[in-house]
Unconditional design. Structure first.
Length: 291
């Protein structure tokens, strides 16, 4: 049975979109694999400014430890999701259960990378974090039932890092401004807390003087985050690159595993691209009458 004109165009549009996405993913993952292969591993002490690859072990900075709030795990990084079991009625007496995410959180605390030559501060913001350490457990004595999933990187664990490497000397001015702006943006997400902390006259809004105090506190927080060790020795930091074609990767998987994973995805997308592309061409040929 031939498709109607509308059905044909819808099917062609869907297949075309799939072909485009598969081609994009094939190119992206192949480029990532080549990039990881071609960027040489640098030592922190002698690493050049810019996009670099570092390998070492993780460590905590001075100050309060980083602890996952749902498991109490002491770590350098964590991410978790909390889900509730939802029951839905589909009609005719059928019941379907699924898990609905009610909360997710990713740690943004900085930590250290040590490669025996020196130490480097890792800022995990905007990083693609890949870790083998994943835990999942259930709490069925509550209603509704809950499912907890946690990913973490522990202190002293192997870490492969690919990102933008800079020293305090070269980033202090711009980074402090950026981090201050970022801190203020985070505070603005909770206006009630911001008012509670800085609305000294309790008139329900921040005056220019009160806002300046918030800016000063944000600057001091950013300064502590970036330059806590600046007076002791030169401080280096690895963070997300401003270039979209330079991925920021933090992984407890070895470099070779990452390369193989990206290549496998690229090959799978490439194969799917050709299969779906052939189906699209065949469908168009059938429509216009080419045997």
């Amino acid at each position: 049975n031939k498709l109607t004109v509308t059905e044909f165009y819808i099917a062609a549009a869907v297949l075309s979109a799939i072909v485009i996405v598969l081609f994009y993913q094939m190119v992206k993952h192949y480029q990532y694999a080549r990039l990881i292969e071609n960027v040489p591993t640098a030592k922190i002490r002698s690493a050049p400014q810019g996009y670099v690859e570092l390998i070492g072990t993780t460590g905590l900075m001075e100050g309060p430890p980083i602890i996952s709030p749902i498991s109490g795990t002491r770590c350098v990084w964590f991410r978790y999701t909390i889900e509730e079991q939802v029951t839905e009625y589909e009609g005719k007496g059928r019941i379907k259960s699924r898990w609905k995410v009610i909360k997710t959180h990713t740690s943004d605390d900085i930590f250290l990378l040590d490669d025996s030559s020196d130490q480097c501060v890792i800022d995990p913001d905007d990083a693609n974090v890949i870790t083998k350490r994943k835990k999942r457990w259930y709490k069925r004595d509550s209603f509704p039932a809950r499912r907890y999933t946690e990913w973490s990187i522990l202190e002293g664990e192997y870490l492969y890092a690919l990102g933008e490497f800079q020293t305090v000397a070269s980033i202090e001015d711009s980074s402090l401004k950026n981090m201050m702006t970022s801190t203020l943006k985070d505070w603005k997400k909770d206006p009630n807390d911001l008012l509670h902390r800085y609305d000294t006259n309790r008139d329900g809004q921040l005056s220019q003087q009160e806002w300046e105090q918030a800016r000063k506190d944000a600057y001091q927080q950013a300064k502590a985050k970036v330059g806590a060790m600046a007076h002791e020795k030169p401080l280096s930091i690895l963070k997300a690159s401003t270039h979209k074609d330079q991925p920021y990767i933090l992984s407890t998987e070895p470099e070779a595993n990452l390369i193989n994973q990206h290549k496998r995805v690229a090959y799978a997308c490439g194969l799917s691209f050709f299969v779906v592309g052939i189906c699209l061409v065949w469908m168009i040929n059938q429509r216009i009458g080419i045997a």
